[in-house]
Every structure is written in C-alpha cells, then in structure tokens.
Design a protein around this ligand. Structure first.
Ligand SMILES: Cc1cc2nc3c(=O)[nH]c(=O)nc-3n(C[C@H](O)[C@H](O)[C@H](O)COP(=O)(O)OP(=O)(O)OC[C@H]3O[C@@H](n4cnc5c(N)ncnc54)[C@H](O)[C@@H]3O)c2cc1C
Length: 368
C-alpha cells in the first residue's frame, strides 16, 4: 500500500491547485483522477484570478469589458466596465496547465477512479484499482463527489449545466438571457468566442424551446452537474474543496474562483495541521470557518437573490429591466465575484418600490 501525506481525489481546478500548493509546502501529495480529459465548462472567470495565478496570455481567449442581458420581451442592458472585469479562458489549456504545474513541483498524478474511501484511526484509505493511504484525504471530486457520499454528508442541490456547441454564432456580445421559459431558476447564455450556447436548468425540456426561439443548431451537447448551496466541508482526516461541497456562486453557478479561494484556505489549514500533527475534526473545522469568512456571506446573499429571482414571472423580469437597466449600465466599478454588490449599488428607493409592487416575492416561498 502506497502512503502519502495528502491524497486528493479529483484533479480539476480545486484539486490541481491545492495539489500544487501543498507540494510546494513540502508535503507528499497524490492526485487521483478518473479522467485524462479536462472537464468542459464555459471558462468565464473574473480578473481576480490574477490574485492566485499568473495567467499567461495564451490561456486567455477573450477579455470581457461588457456583457449583454436580454429580457423575455427583448429589453436589453449591458454590464460594462472601462477595464476588463473577466476573461474567457482557453478552458482545456487552463485545466492541463493546472495539472502540469502540480506535477512539475512533484505532486504525483495517478489516473484511476476512486471507488471507496475509509477513515481509520491513523489513515484515510482510498480505494482505486489499488489501495492508497494518506494522513489526510481531500475530496475535490466535483458536484457528484464520491468522497462526500462516503462521509455521508448531505448533497447540495444539483442542477444541470448544458453547453451546446455550434458551428457559427450570430451574437457579438456574451449574452445572458433571463427568460423563465428557457430556465425558470437561472438563465441561458451565448458565448460567441466559444461557439457556445448554454443554460442551467432543472428541466431539460425547455432546451428545445431555447434552441428554436434563439435559432441555433447544436452540433454537440455536453452537460455536467452544478451544485447550489454549501455542505459540510470537514471531518476527521478529511476536507472537501470546490464543487464537492458547493463552493459555487449561487447566482451564476460559477465555481472556478471560489475553488481557488478555498484551496488556498485548505492549504493554509493543512500545513498547520501537519506542523501540529492534528488531523481531528475539531482542528480541521478551522478550514470551514476561514473559507466561510471569505465567501460565506456572499453565498448566503446570492442564495437569497436567487430565491427572489426564482419566484419572478417573465413580466416581473421585464419590469426589473425597465426600472434598473440604466442604473446597472452606470455602475462601472464592481466585483464580478460578488454579484450581490451590484444589487446594493442600485438606488435603494427604487428597490423598495420594486419589492412593494411585487410584494408576493417577499412572502411566498416555494421549495422544489
Ligand atoms: C455547463 C457549465 C458551465 C460552467 N461555466 C463556468 C464558468 O464560466 N465559470 C466558472 O467559474 N465556473 C463555471 N462552471 C463551474 C465550474 O466548472 C466548477 O465550479 C469548477 O470546475 C469546480 O472545480 P472542481 O475542481 O471543484 O470540480 P471539477 O472541475 O468538476 O473537478 C472534479 C474532478 O474530479 C474528478 N473526479 C470525479 N469523481 C472522481 C472519482 N471518483 N475518482 C477520481 N476522480 C474523480 C473529475 O474527473 C474532475 O476532473 C460551469 C459548470 C458547468 C457545468
């Protein structure tokens, strides 16, 4: 049985970045990954990514200075900024680059599927084709985490993220469609540089309507789960990072930046755990306290905003565009990772008027 300091299940964004950080700190790290292929997502990240990684030019497909938002009756506003606020990444190259970086500093990557984990008094045991032992186990294995399942932690709510590949694209701008007939809980989108249309949805039936209404012909479809809402992220000898514990923005479903933030926190807590030889649940709970300090409030606010949005009708979405479109266009300095701050920048009196006019949004919660 091969022994490691830390075994990370999953070499996606969270696992590869954490593997790199921990190996740099002198720990013996194994990354166990089931897929040689890099997961496909839209690859939009805020420019805050530069705080974590020196992103080379070749990893950036497009710098984003504006995004177009379209309402059900084709009202439009732009979220814009003088300087780029986000990038479209070369997603496959980015994923490969992250894995290579971890490997180059000395992390071991083995391509095997983790089938089972077991936490004993002295080790975390991971069963792939062979058996591996680590002093600590990190589940960075995405929304359908096997590690989370074996720890018996509650699952976050899971939605479907659909990406349609097309040959050509009629849009100029990255476009977000807020239309309940496309996606009742979230939104649909178009990213011209990726030749991509997409949507987050619970009910994939609406995707046919989306295709017909926008008028595109997909040549390929990829779908992956998107977790919404956080779960517990620590246990004896074990942490969860990234999608595995729902470290995702509830408004957009984006999790790349939150994965980097939380991997940083995990590496800090784990290096302290190794210094003190403390791998118990009580000590590792520090990890959750610290990452929640960074993004917990924003996740809670975004969950609340999403609850309001989920209840809105198409008519109310149109009213929102009419009332606030110009105000949103006038906001220049915003943090793309903290969408709630955009709402706080809107005129408070108008928000109050909107909520009073649509009072049912405040009181009638639906759970589905
Ligand atoms: C359609 C779609 C579009 C998206 N667009 C964006 C976007 O534009 N911007 C953004 O920030 N986020 C986006 N996301 C979310 C983003 O993909 C995730 O939040 C991010 O990749 C989280 O990284 P992760 O490392 O936690 O999980 P993942 O990237 O899912 O990585 C998990 C890794 O674990 C591996 N794995 C899983 N199970 C096992 C196992 N049993 N054994 C071994 N390995 C295993 C997987 O193969 C995978 O490599 C999108 C998601 C979807 C579905």
């Amino acid at each position: 049985m091969k022994k490691f300091d830390v075994i990370i299940v999953g070499a996606g964004v969270a696992g590869s970045y954490l593997g790199y950080l921990l190996t740099k700190k002198g720990l013996k790290v194994l990354l166990l990954e089931k897929n040689k292929k890099i997961k496909k997502d839209s690859g939009i990240v805020s420019t805050n990514i530069n705080k974590f990684l020196k992103i080379k030019k070749e990893l950036i497909k497009q710098k984003i200075k504006r995004m177009k938002f379209v309402s059900p009756s084709n009202r439009i506003f732009y979220l814009k900024s003088k300087k780029p606020f986000a990038y479209v990444l070369q997603r496959k190259k980015f994923g490969t680059w992250l894995r290579n970086r971890a490997r180059e500093v000395g992390a071991k990557i083995i391509y095997e599927q983790c089938k089972k984990v077991e936490i004993t008094q002295n080790y975390a045991l991971v069963y792939g084709n062979r058996k591996y032992a680590g002093k600590v186990l990190v589940g960075a294995d995405g929304a359908s985490s096997v590690v989370r399942h074996h720890l018996s932690f509650k699952s976050p709510r899971i939605f479907n993220g659909l990406i349609y590949q097309t040959r050509k694209n009629n849009e100029q701008d990255i476009t977000i469609y807020l239309n309940k007939y496309f996606s009742s809980h979230f939104f649909a989108w178009c990213i011209p540089k990726n030749n991509e249309y997409g949507m987050i949805t619970k009910n994939t039936d609406s995707s046919i309507f989306f295709q017909k209404k926008i008028g595109f012909k997909p040549i390929d479809l990829i779908y992956s789960p998107i977790p919404i809402g956080c779960t517990k992220s620590f246990s004896n000898r074990c942490l969860l990072v990234g999608d595995a514990c729902g470290q995702v923005k509830p408004i957009t479903g984006g999790g790349i930046i939150y994965s980097l933030i939380c991997s940083n926190t995990a590496s800090y807590v784990l290096s302290e755990a190794f210094e003190k030889n403390r791998f118990d649940e009580k000590f590792l709970s520090k990890y959750e306290r610290l990452w929640k300090r960074e993004i917990g409030r924003e996740i809670a606010l975004q969950l609340l905003i999403r609850k309001y949005y989920r209840k809105m009708t198409n008519k109310q979405v149109d009213v929102f565009f009419e009332m606030f479109g110009k105000d949103i266009e006038n906001i220049d300095n915003f943090n793309y990772d903290k969408a709630s701050t955009i709402i706080w920048k809107l005129p408070k009196i108008k928000i109050l008027k909107f909520l009073l006019k649509n009072i049912s949004l405040l009181f009638e919660w639906t759970y589905d």
